[in-house]
Design a binder for this molecule. Structure first.
Ligand code: FAD
Length: 223
């Protein structure tokens, strides 16, 4: 589960909240949201590598739009993923397969994703077509996207954050949500929002920690 805050605030019975280990939500910093557009193409783009970072014109100001002002800017930076570059089974012969990830404000912003989603898709496709993927608008197929609303609904991620609570100092290492709740028996977290942190290696490490803690607790219960 990406965010232990969702578990504490939405999934536990009210009496458990009294002993919860949870900062007030307004003091918690969350990662940005993600707009992720998945698509195929009716041709291959052999020059595109497995990983591409596509930089927009701004850096710090774009981050301020995303994290502070929480508005959708006119420009963006993108991460473009082409798994077919290393594994051809990701698309039928002669086709290609991609996703493109665009950092956007999480749901603490007031973006209406129902109307914004299709427009942002068009803008991203146009930007890629104008630069590294010529003619993309004519060959794109089977496109669909996820917005922060989907991260909230499908992954129960608080505020639709893409990577759970932000990895700032006061929310990292010991300060991140602990893998074992200190008060609620049998509540363990293996998740992006828990120690040691987001990303697959972090989440897998947190699963290893939980495995150890459960075994420890089991052993104590046997005594
Ligand atoms: C587009 C994208 C690309 C990424 N690329 C990388 C990468 O290259 N490298 C990397 O290290 N990390 C990457 N990440 C981050 C990584 O995917 C996450 O950090 C990781 O998946 C978080 O794991 P999690 O178990 O905390 O949450 P999730 O993967 O969100 O898993 C939570 C699961 O719980 C399920 N669930 C929700 N509510 C309930 C319920 N009530 N009952 C039962 N199940 C429920 C959800 O359906 C979901 O399957 C990427 C993320 C995205 C979105």
């Amino acid at each position: 589960m990406r965010t232990p805050p969702t578990v504490y605030s939405q999934m536990l019975p009210a009496h458990a909240h009294r002993r919860k280990r949870l900062l007030p939500d307004k003091l918690t910093h969350y990662s940005m949201g993600l707009f992720v557009l998945f698509f195929g193409t009716r041709r291959t783009y052999d020059d595109i590598a497995h990983h591409t970072i596509w930089m927009g014109p701004r850096y710090k100001d774009l981050l301020a739009d995303i994290f502070d002002r929480k508005i959708l800017a006119d420009d963006f930076s993108l991460y473009l993923h082409r798994p077919t570059a290393t594994d051809s089974s990701f698309a039928p012969s002669g086709y290609d397969s991609f996703y493109v990830l665009c950092p956007v404000p999480n749901l603490r912003g007031a973006i209406d994703w129902k109307t914004t989603g299709p427009l942002l898709q068009d803008r991203i496709v146009a930007a890629l077509a104008d630069t590294i993927m010529p003619n993309l608008d004519a060959v794109i197929t089977d496109a669909f996207y996820m917005t922060p609303e989907d991260f909230k609904t499908d992954y129960r991620s608080m505020h639709g954050a893409g990577f759970s609570i932000a990895p700032i100092f006061a929310q990292s290492a010991w300060f991140r949500f602990h893998n074992r709740d200190p008060h609620i028996k049998n509540l363990y977290f293996a998740a992006a929002g828990a120690h040691p942190g987001a990303g697959m290696p972090g989440v897998l490490c947190s699963a290893k920690v939980v495995e150890k803690l459960v075994a420890e607790d089991d052993a104590k219960a046997m005594l």
